[in-house]
Design a protein around this ligand. Structure first.
Ligand code: PAN
Ligand code: ZN
Length: 196
């Protein structure tokens, strides 16, 4: 049982800096996203210019076990590799039934979603918006804007992160900059366009 003190239970988001008090931060740089972007040549060219920070996650893990929740503040920076917007690795939860709630804090982007039985989706998310990610659904965040996209994800403490299934096959859809703004299309179609 946790002590019922605000020192332990209260947290503060600073949207301007993308920080969450009392959290442990982790960072993902471009080099750690090998295989995530469709355009391999554009990825290698970008990496040759440096290894920018693509996103960070500040996580709070207060307790564990049945019924416990965890939450993390993601800050996904603006940028592209080729036509594809900066993205997170994406994952299924190890406990497949675990759902998650995403709350938009600042900036703009969306969530690429897919299931192991072949459903695909894309749900935009911006400040003040909320997206419910059902269980059994892989989720990847993309930043389609020009400023950092900051969002809070709340999920069961027992959820766990399974990156392997996505690393093997990648998401079936990509979010790319098109003539009329962000466009969501099948990866195969985007790759075919790159080959021409
Ligand atoms: C989020 C993600 C965060 C980073 O907190 O962990 O957006 O994405 P990756 O974990 O795919 O690198 C979440 O969905 N937690 O379950
Ligand atoms: Zn998740």
């Amino acid at each position: 049982m946790l002590d019922l003190t605000s020192d332990l239970l209260a947290h503060q988001i600073d949207a301007a800096t993308g920080t969450l008090s009392g959290a442990d931060a982790s960072e993902r740089h471009l080099s750690q996203l090998r295989g995530c972007f469709a355009d391999q040549a554009a990825f290698e060219a970008a990496l040759a210019q440096g290894d920018p920070l693509v996103y960070s996650v500040a996580s709070v893990e207060r307790d564990s076990g049945d019924g416990a929740l965890r939450f993390g503040l993601g800050t996904l920076y603006p940028g592209r590799v080729g036509q594809e917007y900066y993205l997170t690795k994406g994952h299924y939860h190890s406990w497949r039934a675990a759902a998650e709630v995403y709350i938009g804090i600042s900036g703009a982007g969306g969530l690429l979603l897919e299931t192991e039985d072949g459903q695909d989706g894309y749900v935009p998310l911006a400040a003040g918006g909320i997206v419910y990610v059902p269980g059994h659904t892989a989720h990847r965040t993309v930043n389609t804007g020009t400023e950092p996209f900051v969002y809070l994800g709340v999920y069961p403490a027992e959820a766990g992160h399974d990156y392997g299934a996505i690393a093997d096959n990648n998401f079936r859809q990509v979010v790319v900059a098109g003539p009329q703004g962000p466009a969501v299309l099948p990866r195969a179609q985007h790759l075919a366009g790159l080959a021409n």
